[in-house]
Design a protein around this ligand. Sequence first.
Ligand SMILES: Nc1ncnc2c1ncn2[C@@H]1O[C@H](COP(=O)(O)OP(=O)(O)OP(=O)(O)O)[C@@H](O)[C@H]1O
Ligand SMILES: [Mg+2]
Length: 449
Amino acid sequence: MPIDAKDKGHLLVVDDEPEVLRSIRRLFRKTYAVHTTASAEEALGIMETEPVDVVLSDQRMPETSGVELLGEIRRRFPLVLRLIITAYTDIDSVIAAVNDANIFRYIKKPWDPERLAAAVDDAFRVHDELVRRRDLLENLQERFGDLEVRVTEKTEKLLSANEALKAVYQERDALIRSLEEEIRTRKAMEARLRQAQKLEAIGTLAGGIAHDFNNLLYPIIGFTEMAMDDLPPGSPVKENLDEVLTAADRAANLVRQILHFSRQRSARPSPVDATRILEDVLALIRADDVPNIRIAREFEPDCGPVMIDPDHLHLVFMNLCANALQAMGKEGGTLAAACRETEFGPDDPRPPDLAPGRYLQIVVSDTGPGIGEDILEKIFDPYFTTRSLEGSSGLGLSVALGIIQKTGGAIEVAGEPGGGAAFRVYLPMAAEGRPASPDRAVRPFPRRK
Ligand SMILES: Nc1ncnc2c1ncn2[C@@H]1O[C@H](COP(=O)(O)OP(=O)(O)OP(=O)(O)O)[C@@H](O)[C@H]1O
Ligand SMILES: [Mg+2]
């Protein structure tokens, strides 16, 4: 079977003697595809167009030397194996070329065909091996390059997965935070609900007792006053009966507070001018001529009406002012009252339970001893009092709280020991309507001991 030139190795023979070219072609044409040329320039041209594997060149050529031509071929086609045919006279330059690795073998003239064939076959074998190794290397590089690409891809995937994981963690943390916040809010709501239920239960119970107690107070006060009227002027008994009346007054006050608990359900809210009611309460203090007390007021003009039962609001202010006066005691001080409208947007910080909207803000503050951190939590509890010796019931603030909460408002307290106390009340503004006048009798202000 004839060997196709495509499958054969390609041999290029360069020699300026046509006879040499012919005989070498004869020698190799069966084994290799043989290209021949007499010129170095043409040889380079063949190298460009043919897949030459091995070059066999004569050292002596008209335009150049074989060593030079093979040096050029090595530079341009490093895998091509180069052999030179040389005479003894040129042996030095050829040895130098061998040492520089410019050529693979040299063949002495006159050459023996068998040895030449063996040298050329060797060259083809070595060439094949070089090609095989190069292919192997390229293959490895390709695979290694692919591996690098795969590692880079995997790294990128890992990085993006990491980012995604980070986002998941952040989301989880945010969720935990919001859950914690919800739990806190729920706990606070539960606490307030418990407080409201406590108030309700006490209210129902106390309402019944207060009603009977109130009936008992009428004869006590009535008969005491009658007895006092019957006494001759200057009687020492009068002083004692005065004490009875004072105690009965306090008892009446207490009953009023208790009854407010039980009546809260039947409160009749209407648009009320809160500043007028506060003015009334302050006027009572002045009428009572409480010593060493200065009253400061800061009322924004034209404050709009609030939705509340006017009697209840009166009671709230009475309790707050009574507390302030009692806190300042005999040394006196300043009782300050302030009123202004304010608005809370959905994102504004505001007291818990207060819905966004417009409110009247009333602040009643004093220059008394303030409220210790330890009792601040308890002052709105029914029956909590630090004034047991003065005959206080501890109901004032819990009644105020109940009334305010019923209207959808809120009450806050601020105060440090020695720095006075300030109670801030928020009442929802009435949408429209005429402020109602409080329908009530003027009651005596609780006396201080
Ligand atoms: N302005 C204030 N300064 C200092 N402490 C206050 C003030 N207001 C209230 N307190 C504290 O809060 C407690 C509870 O007040 P609250 O009005 O509910 O009851 P009370 O004044 O003791 O009794 P009552 O109001 O029934 O006569 C008081 O005993 C007092 O310790
Ligand atoms: Mg009080």
